[in-house]
Design a protein around this ligand. Structure first.
Ligand code: BG6
Length: 292
């Protein structure tokens, strides 16, 4: 997507993956590792990988499913879906299972991902997944937009909107806990699936004075992940110190898989905006961010 002067977004057919989203100053808002590998068999480390038809290890498939390491195609003739008139540019990517995919997940589907740039440079991703099985069978899946945000320094970041939520802690055998009343801050590795999270979540980067606002629809959960130093070192496609400059907040459907009957379609949407943070006596006003 190009507005004629600066490139404001980049989408790879490999993984159907958004790898760049810039503001009007040309600043990159998504994190992509300097060690990312842009070819099979692994997913690109950064941007917005799509986890489908399985999130994480919640099933028998490879971690996070296969959609993130398949080649998607562009739909040159997208259907006239309800389009927000304010949208400046969009592209529709399609994924259908190959014969090999059908051997590991025996279901026919059409996955249409619409990536759109809206007013003020907002980025939205809308997934439409349709069950195209002709044998009458339903299928179930879990899903996530594994969004890697670029942050100045993870120790200067807080996440608002997930306070008091229940979560499954992936670092403690997926055991269920309840978050305390304070905004989430980061001092060590985190890998949590917040359940029934609110539709708006804010990531506040104090140093950059920037707030990312995530709005999600059709996706009840939200995963928060940062590998921290030890896991970072163990990852081949991730720089040792890069954990300081990224945070994944991933709108997801994990706890309750989505089930589609033949012919049924599901829609899951993520909208992202980056706004200047406003300070009020050293504190951010979460209400302004989350409601304003
Ligand atoms: O290395 P991957 O497969 O891209 O996964 C990265 C992380 O993705 C997160 O979504 C998971 O909750 C973590 O458990 C996982 O480690």
């Amino acid at each position: 997507m190009d507005d004629g002067t600066i490139t404001v977004g980049k989408v790879y057919l490999y993984g159907g993956q958004v790898t760049s989203w810039k503001n009007d100053h040309g600043e990159e808002l998504l994190f992509v590792s300097s060690k990312a590998i842009f070819k099979p068999p692994k997913a690109i480390r950064g941007g917005i990988p799509i986890c489908f038809p399985q999130f994480g290890t919640h099933g028998n498939l490879e971690q996070h499913g296969f959609a993130r390491n398949r080649l998607w195609t562009i739909d040159d003739n997208p259907p006239p879906l309800p389009v927000n008139p304010a949208i400046k540019a969009f592209v529709d990517l399609i994924l259908k299972p190959s014969d090999e995919d059908l051997k590991i997940w025996p279901h026919s589907f059409e996955f249409r991902l619409r990536v759109a740039l809206g007013p003020n440079g907002d980025l939205s991703l809308t997934s439409r997944i349709r069950n195209t099985n002709t044998d009458g069978r339903s299928f179930s899946y879990t899903f996530a937009y594994h969004t890697y945000f670029s942050v100045s320094d993870i120790s200067e970041v807080r996440v608002e909107g997930l306070e008091t939520m229940d979560y499954l802690d992936n670092l403690k055998g997926k055991e269920r806990f309840t978050e305390q009343g304070d905004a989430i801050v980061f001092e060590s590795e985190i890998d949590k699936v917040y359940l029934a999270a609110p539709s708006k979540i804010a990531i506040i980067d104090h140093e950059k004075k920037r707030t990312f606002v995530l709005t999600k629809e059709g996706l009840p959960d939200a995963v928060v992940w940062n590998p921290w130093d030890k896991k970072a070192k163990a990852m081949q496609d991730f720089g040792d110190g890069e954990y300081k400059h990224m945070l994944c907040v991933e709108p997801a459907a994990v706890e309750k898989p989505i089930t589609l009957k033949p012919g049924e379609e599901w829609k899951g949407r993520l909208a992202l905006s980056a706004v200047p943070s406003s300070y009020c006596s050293g504190q951010l006003d979460p209400l302004k961010v989350l409601q304003g």
